[in-house]
Design a protein around this ligand. Structure first.
Ligand code: 5GP
Ligand code: ZN
Length: 114
């Protein structure tokens, strides 16, 4: 989508720091990390959020989780643990409307029952 920030990153029109890439999925460092390691994983197909993705292309979800598995199992993240988060809509705090998963780790994370 022409006015989508993450589509522009996929097209190379906006620079990003790549950490993972395959034919379907792109992973890169978050520009404003919330933990020592903070990556974003996006599908090359544009959808606006997880519910839109589920309506249009459920396979994309498997592609994304397969990519995050390949990435994390080749790093210390798999030994120490990590968190996968997706935000949806205003109350979820979504600011970029191209479905993405945050991969957070590199230190002890707080919240969510701790
Ligand atoms: P959301 O708030 O939609 O769940 O997550 C959007 C994320 O994208 C935020 O964590 C934000 O820091 C990150 N972000 C916004 N603009 C850019 C950018 O231009 N480059 C990169 N690498 N990350 C960005
Ligand atoms: Zn997009």
């Amino acid at each position: 989508m022409s006015d989508c920030l993450f589509c522009k990153i996929l097209e190379g029109k906006i620079p990003s720091t790549k950490v993972y890439e395959d034919d379907l999925v792109y992973g890169f460092k978050d520009i404003a990390p919330h933990s020592k390691e903070h990556y974003l994983f996006i599908h090359r197909n544009h959808t606006k959020d997880v519910n839109d993705l589920m309506d249009k292309s459920q396979q994309d979800l498997l592609d994304l989780f397969s990519a995050m598995k390949k990435f994390t199992e080749n790093s210390d993240l798999s030994n120490n643990g990590f968190r996968i988060v997706t935000n949806m809509g205003p109350h979820g705090g979504q600011t970029v409307f191209h479905t993405h998963f945050h991969v957070l780790g590199g230190e002890q994370l707080r919240g969510f029952g701790r």
